[in-house]
Structure formats: structure tokens, C-alpha cells
Design a protein around this ligand. Structure first.
Ligand SMILES: [Zn+2]
Ligand SMILES: [Zn+2]
Length: 312
């Protein structure tokens, strides 16, 4: 009898260990190489030769924040914290602005709360964002997930916003899920203004499609007048540490966070390409949308500016 109990216990332990390994650690490492995936020289070649046309600064407006375990953003990152930020980015020229990402609204932020002590939502910042979108020349999204689109899908003045939206087809297709009630026709009937190629959308701002985390995911490369170079990577990685360690999210996130699932192979290849890009270009600031600590550090260094400015 004891022998049977021991065998059953051993089998059970092995099954649990296997499940733990599969859900938390497996299939998370980037491949050894991802040649040709990101071509930095091609992006730079699209920049205007007259540097006075480039933007002068990049500003970040935090709408909300939270804290989650580090292993959610990077498989195996046990014992670390992931200080999550929900934000929007404003690119500033002397005569115009461009906004990237629509963050979350209060209802969505409350529904995603992870930490009772570290969660926060700033309603005034959300209002600043919806107003700044109407003053911007263009509004873009890194991708179509709920924590990046709410100030678009639930904007109080969709008719005024629509002409400013520069989205790709998968991003537009996702909007109806996030509407309260029926999506306003001004947003529902949007025509894609990005065609899935590497495109300069304004002087010094280039979008690079990277389907994987979602079909509509894209990187945004920005070069400033002072020569500073930035790469917004949306949610390709949730923390810079994930790129630095070539380790993506655990498989568990596929079951509890994403619906539909990510293209995991594509994301892992992109991590490798980003890692190689950073190694070859150490001055390029690579910015995952939710890495609160990294964004705070870039603000402290003066490379990013906190909060939005009224459009010129
Ligand atoms: Zn996402
Ligand atoms: Zn996100």
C-alpha cells in the first residue's frame, strides 16, 4: 500500500514539475539569430537630410500604473518586480505634435488591477490625453490591445479624432471590441493609412511593422534634431530586461492574458533582432511601453520629458 502511495505521489510530483516547467519556463528563449528582421540602415535612409525638419523632443504621459511579478514579463524572472506603466507618447516639433498610443481608461484600468498598493489611475491625465489627441496632427498605435487603444475606441469626440488616426488594418479591425455599445461610425469606417511596409509617417518618425504580439504590432523609430535615437517597441517585450536576457513571457500568459494568442516564434525572433540592434547601437534608447522603471530612468537622464505639452 505504502509503495503504491509513493509511486502515485512520485508520478504526481513529476506531472506538476512538468506543468510548471511548461507554463513558466519552456519555449521562452530567443533564437541564436534573426538575420534581416530589422534593418536599421533602411530606417535611417528614409530620414530627411535637413535635420531642422526632425522633432525636438519626446514626452511621456502616464495614465496609470501597477505592479506585477517580474516572471510575468520574463520567463524565470522570479523574485523580481515589474513596475508597469500605462502611458501615451507625444512627439514634438516646433510646429506640430504626433501621439502614439491611447492607453487605458478608468474602467479598463480597474479591471486589470494587479496590486492593491501600487495600482493607480490618473483621470486628469486621461483627459489631457484625449484633448492632446485632437490637437495633434496624427495619432498612431503601437498595437491593438486594450491597454493601448481606449482613448481612441472610447474617445469623447470620435468625429474630430478620426481624421487624425493613422492606423493599419488589423488595428482598425480590433476597435469594435473595445467600444462601449456600438463603435462610432467615424472610427468603425476608418480606412487604413498604413500599408504594412516600413513607412516614414512624419519627418523623423518611422513605423516598422512587426506582426507577432498582435497582427497590427509595429515599432516606432524616432530621430530627434539633437541626434537622439529612440525605438518604441510597444509590447514586443514588457520589460527591457526581457530583451537583454533574450527571454520572452512565459507560456502561461498565452492562456490567461492573450486571446487570440501571440505568434510566439515571431516575438522570440524579434527579441533577438532587438538585442542585436541594441548591441550594435548602444546609444539607441529601446523603450517597451510598460517598463515603468526604464521610462522613469530615461526621464531622469533628460532623454524623455514627463507629461504632455500643449500643441503649438
Ligand atoms: Zn499588448
Ligand atoms: Zn500593453
Amino acid at each position: 500500500m505504502l509503495r503504491t502511495i509513493l509511486i502515485v505521489a512520485a508520478v504526481l510530483a513529476a506531472v506538476l514539475a512538468g506543468a510548471f516547467w511548461w507554463l513558466m519556463l519552456a519555449d521562452s528563449k530567443a533564437p541564436a539569430e534573426a538575420p534581416g528582421l530589422l534593418s536599421f540602415e533602411d530606417w535611417r535612409a528614409q530620414l530627411p537630410s535637413d535635420t531642422s525638419q526632425l522633432p525636438t523632443e519626446i514626452r511621456v504621459l502616464e495614465i496609470g500604473r501597477d505592479k506585477a511579478p517580474g516572471f510575468a514579463a520574463r520567463a524565470g524572472g522570479f523574485g523580481t518586480d515589474w513596475n508597469t506603466t500605462y502611458n501615451s507618447v507625444q512627439i514634438v516639433w516646433p510646429d506640430k505634435t504626433l501621439i502614439i498610443d491611447g492607453a487605458i481608461d478608468a474602467e479598463t484600468a480597474a479591471g486589470m488591477k494587479q496590486s492593491e498598493t501600487d495600482w493607480a489611475f490618473d483621470p486628469a491625465a486621461y483627459d489631457t490625453l484625449t484633448a492632446a489627441m485632437l490637437a495633434a496632427d496624427q495619432v498612431l498605435l503601437t498595437h491593438e490591445h486594450l491597454d493601448h487603444v481606449m482613448a481612441v475606441a472610447r474617445h469623447p469626440d470620435p468625429e474630430a479624432l478620426a481624421p487624425r488616426l493613422v492606423l493599419n488594418a488589423p488595428q482598425i479591425a480590433a476597435m469594435p471590441i473595445f467600444a462601449r455599445g456600438t463603435l462610432d461610425p467615424a472610427i468603425a469606417d476608418l480606412v487604413p493609412r498604413l500599408d504594412g511596409s516600413v513607412q516614414q509617417v512624419a519627418p523623423g518618425v518611422i513605423v516598422i511593422p512587426v506582426p507577432g504580439h498582435t497582427p497590427g504590432s509595429q515599432l516606432v523609430y524616432i530621430r530627434l534634431q539633437d541626434g537622439g535615437e529612440f525605438l518604441l517597441i510597444g509590447d514586443v517585450a514588457w520589460s527591457l530586461g526581457a530583451v537583454e536576457t533574450l527571454t520572452t513571457r512565459p507560456v502561461l500568459t498565452q492562456y490567461i492574458v492573450f486571446d487570440p494568442n501571440e505568434d510566439r516564434s515571431a516575438v522570440k525572433a524579434q527579441l533577438r533582432a532587438l538585442y542585436d540592434l541594441m548591441a550594435a547601437n548602444p546609444d539607441l534608447a529601446v523603450i517597451p511601453a510598460h517598463d515603468g522603471d526604464h521610462i522613469k530612468a530615461l526621464i531622469a537622464e533628460g532623454r524623455l520629458t514627463k507629461g504632455f505639452t500643449p500643441a503649438p
